[in-house]
Design a protein around this ligand. Sequence first.
Ligand code: ZN
Ligand code: ZN
Length: 87
Amino acid sequence: MSTTLAPERDLTALQDRIALIACGERPGKTKSCDGCSRKSAALLNIASTGAADAVAAAICGTGNRAGCYDCTDKSVKIVRLYNGETV
Ligand SMILES: [Zn+2]
Ligand SMILES: [Zn+2]
């Protein structure tokens, strides 16, 4: 175990948070469902490209190029979160 002054970003925690947002974050809910947690690695990958619409489509899972209003809202949060913003 070593400590550094500039820690690596904790991608596992980030991925968990992404899964929760994709699943539908609400007070008292601390874990995403299995389906969303399986998707979260892919969502993290897409978020790293900054393409919120692609993230939305992946969350929505309809096969359309864009997600619905709800998923678009989630995708914007996920991309902002990936960029280190507080959402
Ligand atoms: Zn879910
Ligand atoms: Zn949707």
